[in-house]
Design a binder for this molecule. Structure first.
Ligand code: CAA
Length: 396
């Protein structure tokens, strides 16, 4: 077991931190207040190589290991959750699922443009009536010659207005497959596709979220990932990648809380001494430090398992569950330490409080991960080998 970060890990952490400071933070408060996302941020992330972090070099990606992707997520979310969400959706849910399930021809078709940031990828699983209960999704795909015709809608879709293509999970209208699901990569320029932004979110206000709709949308059969019947497995394995980015990003929120609280606690005085000298404040700081350290160990372990090509659904669920709750707890404490200033966007901690709440819900709620961990421990659930595995690292 080697806990030392490699020079590559340190370099990429520094690069992602600098990107967050110079490209994400300027103007963020105004965008967050206005609920406006900035597509230029996406383009800059692409130009800097961050949209291809763990995509093999043969497809034009950075070829970095999966721990590096976690580190980038951590540093991006240290700046703002909206930036990490881009990585979750594009790098995690979209590109890595394509690396796991795509044929060599499909990978060659899509990955180079995605890794270079010439195209952005999205993900559509959740529907108005199917969130945690994903298996009850209603969007249909009906085979018609060498195409499938899609009808339905997906909601809470990050990058709904910006992604050029989406990985969409559907229910097959007619199939002999045991599990009636299929996943497709769909292009937003296909007739029958439309999108609509969602407004009024509690957090991640500088990020684009919306709904996407399919109305008799004809998708070529060669855009299917896996085969008929694989769709739900494709969706669940995508979540192994998305949850990893959420778990690592959550550590960035905890670090951001410390970044804000340490100078504040050293500066703000009560009774003639800095509040950092008060034990009740120290207790909150220590709790944040605990969340950060445990969080890193949990996501490094999952990143390591990805590097080895091992299935990691159980470990990833644990990392996502623990880290997102620790991040929300840290943000709540950061508001507390800032007192009334924590209730205003003059300081960033109220944004961390709002942003961290969402991740306790998306990519598997607190309740879903609680049930999963209990089922694993009780012997009701186990992780079987999957037909297609994410390539381990180093990439061949
Ligand atoms: N990789 C590959 N295959 C997997 C898998 C994985 N990670 N997980 C499950 N499978 C396979 C299983 O082996 C099983 O295959 P067999 O039928 O051959 O045995 C099949 O998929 C069905 O799996 P389960 O039996 O585990 O299915 P389930 O119905 O028990 O799943 C659940 C229940 C785990 C709770 C699942 O419904 C779930 O995770 N729900 C939460 C959904 C979720 O997280 N949604 C978030 C959407 S994305 C998002 O949030 C982004 C956003 O921005 C909103």
């Amino acid at each position: 077991m080697d806990f030392a970060p490699t020079p590559e890990h340190e370099q990429i952490r520094e690069a992602a931190y600098r990107f967050g400071q110079s490209e994400i933070l300027p103007g963020l408060r105004e965008r967050d207040r206005a609920g406006e996302s900035d597509p230029a941020t996406l383009e800059k992330m692409g130009a800097s190589g961050f949209l291809g972090v763990s995509v093999p070099e043969k497809f034009g990606g950075m070829g970095a290991d999966y721990i590096s992707l976690g580190i980038v997520c951590e540093e991006m979310e240290r700046a703002d959750t909206s930036a990490r969400v881009v990585l979750s959706v594009h790098n995690g849910l979209h590109c890595m699922t394509l690396m796991q399930w795509g044929t060599p021809e499909q990978q060659e078709r899509w990955l180079p443009d995605l890794a270079a940031g010439r195209r952005f990828g999205g993900f559509g699983l959740t529907e108005p009536g199917a969130g945690s209960d994903a298996i009850n999704l209603k969007t249909t795909a009906r085979k018609d010659g060498d195409h499938y015709v899609l009808n339905g809608s997906k909601t809470w879709i990050s990058l709904a207005d910006y992604a050029h293509q989406f990985l969409v999970v559907t229910r097959l209208a007619e199939t002999s497959a045991k599990a009636p699901f299929a996943a497709f990569i769909v292009d937003r320029t296909t007739p029958g596709f439309s999108s609509r932004p969602l407004h009024g979110k509690l957090g991640v206000r500088a990020g684009n979220t919306g709904e996407i709709f399919f109305e008799d949308m004809r998708v070529p059969a060669d855009c299917m990932l896996g085969e008929e019947g694989d769709g739900f497995k494709v969706a669940m394995s995508a979540l192994d990648h998305g949850r990893y980015t959420v778990a690592s990003g959550a550590v960035g929120i905890i670090q951001a809380c410390l970044d804000a609280c340490i100078p504040y606690a050293n500066d703000r005085e009560v009774g003639g001494e800095p509040i950092g000298k008060k034990q009740l404040v120290q207790q909150m700081i220590a709790s944040m430090v605990r969340g950060r350290e445990v969080g890193r160990l949990l996501y490094f372990k999952v990143g390591w398992m990805k590097n080895q090509g091992l299935r990691h659904t159980k470990e990833c669920s644990m990392a996502k569950w623990v880290n997102c709750e620790a991040a929300f707890d840290a943000a709540n404490k950061a508001v507390e330490i800032h007192g009334a200033y924590g209730f205003s966007d003059e300081f960033p901690v109220e944004r961390y409080f709002r942003n961290s709440r969402g991740a306790v819900i998306y990519e598997g709620t607190h309740e879903i991960h609680t049930l999963l961990q209990a089922e694993y421990e009780l012997g009701y659930r186990s992780d079987k080998p999957v037909a297609k595995t994410l390539p381990g690292w180093p990439f061949r």
